[in-house]
Write a protein that binds this ligand. Structure first.
Ligand SMILES: Nc1ncnc2c1ncn2[C@@H]1O[C@H](COP(=O)(O)OP(=O)(O)OP(=O)(O)O)[C@@H](O)[C@H]1O
Ligand SMILES: [Mg+2]
Length: 469
C-alpha cells in the first residue's frame, strides 16, 4: 500500500519544500523564521558556546551523535534560542530540523506523548532514492493534429534527437498539454520523465543560437545531448517520517500538512510505515537521515515527557535532541524532586551541556548594530550609545524592543534618523522590568489582588531553589 502513496506524494512534498525558504525548519512560525534570518546575519560574541555549537553541527553532519543530545543552559536573553536557530541554518535543507517550545505539548489537541512522537518523527528524515527513466534530447519537430470536427482527442508526433540518433514519438493528449504548457518548440532541449510525463525545458540548443526571433533575453543555451535518447537517472528526495505518516493516514491526507492540524495518527499507520521504510533500507532504496529535534524551554516538560524522551532516544532512528533552558536547580514538573535545570538526572546524563554567558557592553553594541540594520532603522551614533547603556543596565531584549518603538517616535516627528530624544522618549513610555517592579512596590495598595507579602515569601523559597531569574 505505502508504495504508491509515498512515491506519488514525493513530488508534492518537494513542491511543499520550495514554498518557504525556511520550511526545512519544520514547525517554525514567521517570527522564528525572521529570527533565523536575523541570526544568519551574524551572531556576536558567545564565542565558546558558538564553537561548541559548531562542533555539534559537525558531529550531526557526520552522523556521530545520533541518540544523544545537547543542553543549552544560561541566563535569559543570552542567545540560547538564537544559537539553536544557527545550528538549524548551518545544517542545510537536507537535514530535518523540528522545533517546539515545551509548553506547546500541553496545548495541542492531542496527548502529550502523541505530540512528542510527532515532533520526533518530524526530525527523522528518509532519503528515498528513485530511479527514473528520462527521454532527453533536442526537439526537432512538434506536430499536433487538430481534427477538423474539433471533437475527437488531439494526437501528434514529437521528433527528438541527440547528437547520435533521432526518434519519432507518438503523443497522447496529456503529453500534448504538457508540451504546450512548457511552450516547447523546435530547437529546445528538453527532458521528459517517462513515468510522470513531466516535461522540463533545459534550454535552447546552440545550433539555434541565431534564431533571434524565438528567444527572450534570458535564454540559456545548451549543447545537444549525446548518446541514447533514453536515460536512467537517480532522483533523491528527503521526506520526514511525519510527512509520510500524514500522507498515509486516511483521515487526513497530505493537505493537512499545509493546515498543520494533523490530529492523532493511529499506531497501525506508523507500524506499517516503519515496516515499509525498514524494507526499503534493506533493499538499498532508502536511508534514514537523523535530524535535530529542538525543544525550547525544556523545563516546562513534566516527568512523563522526560521518560518518554529517555526511551525515544534509545531507538536506532532517534534524532539528535537539542534542548534549552534558563532555569537553575528547580523542581521537575510533576514531582517533588529538585534537579539541575528541572531535568531528571538520567536524561541530563545523556546531554552534552553548553553554557551561554551574559553579554559584555561591546557585544551588546554590536548586536544592536546588527539589529538596527536588519530592521532597516537609521540610528544616530549617540542614540546607539544610549541604547547600549540601556541594554547593559536592563536587558538586551528590552534594548532590542526599544529600537522599533524609538523608530516609530522618530517617524512621527519626521526625523530621518533615530536620535537620543527618541530613545529616551521610548524609555519613558515603556518600562523595563526593574522599573515596573519599583512602580508596583510604590503603588501596591492600589492594585487588585495585591499579594506583595505572599510574593515575598515565595521569593525566598525560590531563591532556595536557585532560580536564576
Ligand atoms: N550573539 C548574538 N548575536 C546577535 N543577536 C543575539 C545574540 N544573542 C542574542 N541575540 C538576540 O537577543 C535576543 C534574545 O536572545 P534569545 O532569544 O536567543 O535568548 P534566550 O537565551 O533564548 O533567552 P530565554 O532564556 O529567555 O529564552 C534575540 O532577539 C536574539 O536575536
Ligand atoms: Mg529562548
Amino acid at each position: 500500500m505505502a508504495d504508491v502513496r509515498v512515491n506519488a506524494s514525493v513530488s508534492d512534498l518537494t513542491r511543499i519544500e520550495r514554498i518557504g525558504a525556511h520550511s526545512h525548519i519544520r514547525g517554525l512560525g514567521l517570527d522564528d523564521a525572521l529570527e533565523a534570518r536575523a541570526v544568519s546575519q551574524g551572531l556576536v560574541g558567545q564565542t565558546s558556546a558558538r564553537k561548541a555549537a559548531g562542533v555539534i553541527t559537525q558531529m550531526i553532519k557526520e552522523g556521530k551523535i545520533a541518540g544523544r543530545g545537547v543542553l543549552l543552559a544560561g541566563q535569559p536573553g543570552t542567545g540560547k534560542t538564537a544559537i539553536a536557530m544557527g545550528i538549524a541554518k548551518s545544517l542545510g535543507p537536507e537535514t530535518p530540523f523540528a522545533m517546539i517550545a515545551a509548553s506547546e505539548i500541553f496545548s495541542m489537541e492531542m496527548s502529550k506523548t502523541e505530540a512528542l512522537t510527532q515532533s520526533f518523527r518530524k526530525a527523522i528524515g528518509v532519503r528515498i532514492k528513485e530511479e527514473s527513466e528520462l527521454i532527453e534530447g533536442e526537439v526537432v519537430e512538434v506536430e499536433i493534429d487538430r481534427p477538423a470536427s474539433g471533437q475527437a482527442a488531439k494526437t501528434g508526433k514529437l521528433t527528438m534527437k541527440t547528437s547520435e540518433m533521432e526518434t519519432v514519438y507518438d503523443l497522447g493528449v496529456k503529453m500534448i498539454e504538457a508540451l504546450q504548457r512548457e511552450k516547447v518548440t523546435a530547437g529546445d532541449v528538453v527532458a521528459i520523465d517517462k513515468a510522470s510525463g513531466k516535461v522540463t525545458r533545459l534550454g535552447r540548443s546552440f545550433a539555434r543560437s541565431r534564431d533571434y526571433d524565438a528567444m527572450g533575453p534570458a535564454t540559456k543555451f545548451v549543447q545537444c545531448p549525446e548518446g541514447e535518447l533514453q536515460k536512467r537517472r537517480q532522483v533523491v528526495h528527503v521526506v520526514s517520517l511525519h510527512e509520510i505518516d500524514v500522507i498515509n493516514s486516511r483521515q487526513q491526507g497530505f493537505l493537512a500538512l499545509f493546515a498543520g492540524d494533523t490530529g492523532e495518527i493511529r499506531a497501525e499507520v506508523r507500524e506499517q510505515i516503519d515496516g515499509k521504510v525498514a524494507e526499503w533500507r534493506e533493499e538499498g532504496k532508502a536511508d534514514i537521515v537523523p535530524g535535530v529535534l529542538f525543544i525550547d524551554e525544556v523545563h516546562m516538560l513534566d516527568i512523563e515527557c522526560f521518560s518518554f524522551l529517555n526511551r525515544a532516544l534509545e531507538s536506532d532512528m532517534a534524532p539528535i535532541l537539542v534542548v534549552a533552558t534558563n532555569r537553575g536547580i528547580t523542581k521537575i514538573r510533576g514531582t517533588n524532586y529538585r534537579s539541575p535545570h528541572g531535568i531528571p538526572i538520567d536524561l541530563l546524563d545523556r546531554l552534552l551541556i553548553i553554557n551561554t554567558q551574559p553579554y559584555s557592553e561591546r557585544e551588546i553594541r554590536r548586536i544592536l548594530d546588527i539589529r538596527t540594520e536588519e530592521e532597516d532603522v537609521e540610528v544616530a551614533d549617540d542614540a546607539k550609545d544610549l541604547l547600549t547603556k540601556i541594554g547593559v543596565e536592563t536587558s538586551l531584549r528590552y534594548a532590542i524592543q526599544l529600537i522599533s518603538a524609538a523608530s516609530l517616535i522618530a517617524q512621527k516627528r519626521k526625523a530621518a534618523a533615530v536620535g537620543v530624544e527618541d530613545v529616551s522618549r521610548a524609555y519613558t513610555l515603556f518600562l523595563d522590568v526593574q522599573r515596573s517592579v519599583q512602580y508596583l512596590q510604590e503603588y501596591a495598595q492600589e492594585y487588585m489582588y495585591n499579594e506583595a507579602e505572599a510574593a515575598e515569601e515565595e521569593e525566598e523559597e525560590e531563591e532556595e531553589e536557585g532560580m536564576q531569574q
